[in-house]
Design a protein around this ligand. Structure first.
Ligand SMILES: [Zn+2]
Length: 464
């Protein structure tokens, strides 16, 4: 008699073999998306490539979900538990880079996969397919759902997908991220709002008739000064940063328009809400001081901090150990070593991490992720896999370079295997799902998931 555990284990072996045989596909698909390197919300070809790939292999695909043309949901199966795999595929500006060990853009100032999202998306798709193949072969009842999530770099995709209710019926969600190490963790992230303020004043000759003008730029500057004083009285974990996106055109015209774009972050969403209210008041007060109007306040996104889940994290840790380390070779180590010469200080240890680190209890990057929003709706966890040279800075040409080579692809294979194995365990093990669900309920407590974005606001899709 085959035990339930034995059934999962043999299904996982099927999934591991499927991913192993998909190495050429990993390379082909990653290379393609890496070369396209499309901006957030304009990932048209990358999104279509992954959605088409799943559709051609039997997944039911819904495109353009949550008012975003480059978002999709791909599902296989009927009935049973449903596990979501969250894929990303957007690139970053200014990080175009050849697969060289010195800085050499393909297109000067162009986009590049400096966060590794090309291999990220492909690993999710191959992992989902392998889990499906194993379900078919084992006869285990369950569904695999791959989410095509655009614009993670702007923390937009999953927030609007969450608002559309696309994660509501999941039993669990998993994801990963490219890194210089391979491990599962219990980390969190910062909640964050992205909000733009636009002021309107009165133009006049700045020397002949300054008394007739009212400077919108004055309001922006007064606002920024006040926020910088505000910093003294906010919690240590909070972060507020801004850029002036419009400060006028030339000095002899009193600026009739000016705009500033803020990110406000903290470890808890409720703190972000409080600081946002404070910054809003400062904006209104600055307008009054400068005798101009605050004409627009637009919130692009409102992202929640990640609610960690130990039961899910430990499942990912088990799956990582089934997947095994990337298995980098000598030429890849030499490539990474050369890359490290560009860093201010050469990191200690080997240039590529080729082992699975112990489960990390505290890992937190200080950044934000829109996976946080999914984690407020269903038990969610993510892990990292080594896809680039140790010590490469986040969002860097060094990461773009490594991601486009077999280094990135080997990390992607580890990630695909891990997600497939974890998906199977979550589908087959009812006890694991209920422990994850109970922990989720306890950690979230009575906090409701709510968004500060106006309910009728559509995603801020840029003109291509
Ligand atoms: Zn990223």
């Amino acid at each position: 008699m085959v035990t339930a555990l034995g059934r999962v284990q043999s299904a996982q072996q099927v999934a591991l073999a499927r991913v192993e045989s998909a190495r050429p596909e990993m390379s082909r698909l990653n290379r393609q998306i890496w070369e396209w390197a499309e901006p957030s919300l304009l990932e048209t070809r990358s999104s279509a490539l992954l959605a088409d790939y799943l559709e051609a292999r039997g997944f039911r695909v819904t495109r353009g979900v949550a008012d975003m043309p480059t978002a999709f949901v791909a599902e296989w199966g009927d009935g049973g538990p449903v596990v979501g795999i969250l894929a990303e595929y957007d690139a970053l500006p200014g990080l175009s880079q050849k697969t060289e060990t010195y800085k050499e853009p393909i297109r000067e100032g162009g986009y590049g996969h400096g966060c590794g999202h090309s291999v990220y998306g492909v690993a999710c798709v191959l992992g989902g397919l392998a889990a499906r193949d194993a379900l078919v072969e084992s006869g285990l009842p369950g569904r695999v759902r791959v989410y095509g999530c655009p614009a993670e770099e702007l923390l937009i995709g999953k927030v609007y997908m969450a608002r559309a209710g696309l994660f509501d019926d999941l039993d669990a969600a998993i994801s990963w991220h490219p890194s210089d190490k391979t491990r599962a963790s219990l980390g969190s992230s910062k909640a964050m709002v992205s909000v733009r303020y636009e002021f309107a004043g009165v133009a006049s000759h700045a020397s002949v008739s300054p008394h007739e003008g009212r400077s919108a730029l004055d309001a922006v500057e007064l606002m920024n000064v006040a926020v910088n004083f505000m910093r003294e009285h906010i919690k240590q974990d909070a972060r507020i940063h801004y850029v002036i996106t419009d400060g006028g055109v030339q000095p002899n015209v009193v600026p009739p328009r000016a705009s500033v774009w803020y990110y406000i972050r903290a470890n808890a969403h409720e703190d972000v809400e409080a600081y946002l209210a404070w910054v809003d008041e400062i904006a209104e007060s600055a307008a009054r001081m400068a005798r101009v109007q605050l004409v627009r306040r637009q919130m692009d996104t409102d992202c929640h901090e990640l609610i960690p889940n130990r039961a899910m994290g430990e499942a990912l840790d088990r799956a990582l150990r089934l997947a095994g380390p990337p298995g980098f070779d000598e030429s890849e180590r030499r490539f990474a070593e050369e890359i490290q010469r560009s860093l201010p200080a050469r990191p200690a240890g080997p240039p590529l991490n080729d082992e699975i680190a112990p489960f990390d209890e505290t890992g937190s990057s200080g950044g934000s992720t829109d996976i946080g929003d999914v984690s407020w709706i269903v038990p969610t966890e993510q892990f990292v896999a080594a896809t680039h040279a140790v010590g490469s800075p986040g969002h860097s040409w060094q990461i773009t370079a490594c991601t486009g080579t077999s280094i990135g692809e080997k990390g992607g294979i580890v990630a695909a295997k891990t997600m497939a194995c974890a998906t199977l365990e979550l589908i087959a093990d009812e006890d694991l799902r209920s422990r994850a669900r109970a922990e989720f309920a306890e950690r979230r407590g009575n906090r409701a998931y709510g968004l500060l974005i106006p309910s009728d606001q559509r995603p801020p899709i840029p003109m291509s």
